[in-house]
Design a protein around this ligand. Structure first.
Ligand code: ADP
Ligand code: NA
Length: 322
């Protein structure tokens, strides 16, 4: 049983990515699971090539530094040829209407003539990611469910039309995890990708230096209430308590009991986050300082992923008549 999860290098890996996803991938994943850095998906809107390359390397290093087996990790663009070929076959299996009905496409393209064509076709590339690897389960949030449904539809249609090649994948709910909010604006979720790079005061990046992490957490927005208590309706304090609870494997209510002031709470949160991230930052730093080693890990992952998919791609190409 293979689960496949991706992370898009649309920005630097942030604390929410770690607490909400990567930490669990590292601790609960099985040897069959696959994790990939979806750099091709980061190209559907304006992007900076040098930045994309750097972010891709950083994400790969963080996934491995976080303890995910290097055996399970690969970079999407290392399979550009395989995925390009399979995407074409799948595009020839998909109707324009099906792609145009994707809610995310409608929201992001907003009818703009200048939207990249890849914004329309990227769910088909995502189907290729899934079907090439023969993945059974895709843990996704609500926003990606429709795309997994499309992959499911295309797999069934291909199998029925040309011959049984593809495993029909299912979208599964990811295990409920921490939802980390932006420290400066706790009404929104912490995100690597939704704000300009100059406006990251409320985003803790996994590779931030400890002093910077402390500074960002000390400046976190709280409300005027004097008491440290857990109340989900108070997003600033609740966020800090939830982060600390996630770092320490406790509950936000229990955490609140240990603190008499927000100053003290912020120090506690800062130290817990710094300590949790320290080994990851150090290990990722070693990998990033040793490009030959990172390249070796990357090549090995690419070779395994390509080999996994090779027979499916070959069968699919033969069955469609090429
Ligand atoms: P981002 O919004 O940072 O670009 P992605 O959409 O690439 O994040 O999501 C990558 C993974 O990280 C997903 O599993 C997503 O659920 C998780 N994730 C992203 N932001 C948060 C957050 N603030 N809190 C918890 N999990 C998050
Ligand atoms: Na995102």
């Amino acid at each position: 049983m293979t689960r496949l999860s991706g992370i898009t290098p649309s920005g630097r890996v942030q604390l929410g990515n770690y607490l909400g996803a990567i930490q669990r991938w590292a601790s609960q994943g099985t040897a069959e699971d696959l994790y990939f850095v979806s750099d091709l998906h980061a190209m559907t809107t304006t992007h900076n090539p040098a930045m994309l390359r750097a972010l891709t390397g950083e994400q790969l290093a963080v996934l491995i530094a976080a303890g995910i087996s290097a055996e399970s990790v690969f970079v999407q663009s290392d399979l550009t040829r395989e995925l390009g070929a399979l995407s074409w076959v799948l595009e020839c299996t998909c109707t324009f209407g099906e792609a145009a009905r994707m809610v995310q496409f409608k929201e992001k393209a907003k009818g703009r003539d200048g939207a990249r064509l890849s914004l329309l076709t990227y769910p088909v590339l995502m189907a290729a990611d899934i079907l090439l690897q023969g993945a059974d389960e895709i843990p996704v949030g609500e926003d990606q469910r429709q795309h997994v449904e499309l992959a499911r539809t295309l797999a069934k249609r291909f199998n029925a039309t040309y011959g049984e090649v593809f495993t029909v994948p299912s979208a599964v709910l990811p295990p409920a995890g921490a939802r980390v909010r932006d420290l400066a604006d706790p009404t929104r979720k912490m995100s690597k990708s939704t704000r300009s790079t100059s406006d990251t005061a409320g985003v803790v990046f996994v590779l931030d230096e400890p002093e910077l992490v402390r500074r960002k957490i000390r400046r976190a927005a709280t409300d005027g209430e004097p008491s440290v208590a857990y109340d989900p309706a108070r997003p600033g304090p609740a966020n800090l308590l939830e982060i600390l609870a996630a770092c320490t494997g406790s509950t936000p209510g229990e955490v609140a009991e240990g603190y008499g002031s927000y100053g003290a709470l912020k120090e506690g949160v800062a130290e817990a986050v710094v300590e949790m991230l320290r080994p990851i930052r150090l290990r990722a730093g070693e990998l990033l300082d040793d490009p030959a080693e990172l390249e070796r890990v990357r090549k090995a992952g690419a070779a395994r992923a390509a080999e996994r998919g090779e027979h499916r791609l070959r069968s699919a190409l033969r069955l469609v008549g090429t």
